[in-house]
Design a protein around this ligand. Structure first.
Ligand code: NAI
Ligand code: 15L
Length: 268
């Protein structure tokens, strides 16, 4: 049967807020969880991913989990370790113990952020390109993908790992013309990831069908995802304001954009 009750972790965050608005139209009943209270949602579970008992209770009885909770930008390693690495492990372990069959994991383009971006007629970046994390943050997403593979191979718990580009209401940079995922396409992709049959562990890129796309969306399309949006209508204005991506600029050379060239955040 198609999943109906879905736990959404990270429900108070930017993406969580967008998906809370869009996913119910697909027929899901969302159970919400976040470290912070979720505005206007008194029934939301307020819990830390470090709280194993709270996670057991939160996942009990759901058909699937959309795992968005965690630190969403670069941060000192100890913080990433606790929230993203241990936190994601804790969630998978709770899901295994409670028999939840599928997780949709919010991975990130920063798991492969040091991959040079295609230029000219270069081929699109395939989904099986090696992990090249650009930050401790990206490293935690590479870990999450490996964790997902392990829980599938060892325990038969399915995951779709979505290497999200930039999911915001509008693209706000020239790089985003290539990596943007409209919120509506984000909901389409999550719905496909929840309902496709026999996904095992499938890795997909998460973006709209952008004219300036850098990566291959075929594994996402194979789940039934049919993106409807393209960032191109925003191109003229953004390029007039910011200029074309400069191939000599390190922050423009790779998929991860400025995450590649930003100075480390201390303490390292
Ligand atoms: P966000 O930072 O707005 O939201 C993350 C949420 O997780 C916050 O509400 C925060 O309170 C919660 N959280 C953090 N640590 C937690 C913990 N220990 N226990 C429980 N909850 C905790 O981030 P955003 O943009 O909504 O992203 C959601 C997910 O998608 C993140 O995992 C992020 O890495 C991933 N992602 C998002 C992209 C985007 O374009 N928005 C791009 C690529 C990946
Ligand atoms: C991410 O992984 C971040 O969570 C998000 O805030 C954006 O920075 C996005 O990547 C991006 O690459 O634009």
């Amino acid at each position: 049967p198609a999943p109906r009750t879905v736990l959404l972790t990270g429900a108070a965050g930017g993406l969580g807020t967008l998906m809370r608005e869009l996913l119910p139209a697909y027929g899901y009943e969302l159970r919400l969880l976040d470290l912070l209270p979720v505005e206007g949602e008194p029934a939301a579970i307020t819990a830390d991913l470090a709280d194993k008992e709270a996670l057991r209770e939160a996942v009990r009885g759901v058909d699937a989990i959309i795992h968005l909770a965690g630190i969403s930008l670069e941060a000192p390693f100890e913080k990433i370790l606790r929230a993203n690495i241990e936190g994601t492990y804790n969630l998978y372990e709770a899901a295994r113990q409670e028999g939840v069959p599928r997780i949709v994991f919010a991975s990130s383009n920063h798991a492969v952020g040091f991959t040079p971006r295609p230029r000219g007629d270069d081929p699109l970046i395939p989904v099986d390109t090696p992990h090249r994390p650009d930050t401790f943050y990206g490293l935690s997403k590479s870990f999450g993908e490996d964790l997902a593979q392990f829980y599938w191979d060892k325990h038969g718990l399915e995951t779709v790992s979505v290497r999200i580009g930039s999911c915001f209401p509008e693209p706000t940079s020239v790089r985003m013309l290539s990596v943007w995922m409209s919120p509506a396409d984000g909901a389409r992709l999550l719905h496909a990831a929840l309902t496709a049959k026999d996904v095992g562990h499938t890795v997909v890129y998460g973006s709209s069908a952008n004219t300036r796309l850098w990566w291959d969306l075929s594994s996402a399309r194979a789940l039934g995802y049919a993106p409807q949006d393209d960032s191109e209508p925003y191109a003229e204005k953004l390029i007039a304001e910011q200029g074309e991506l400069d191939p000599g600029n390190e922050a423009h050379a790779c998929l991860g954009g400025h995450f590649v060239s930003d100075p480390p955040i201390w303490p390292y």
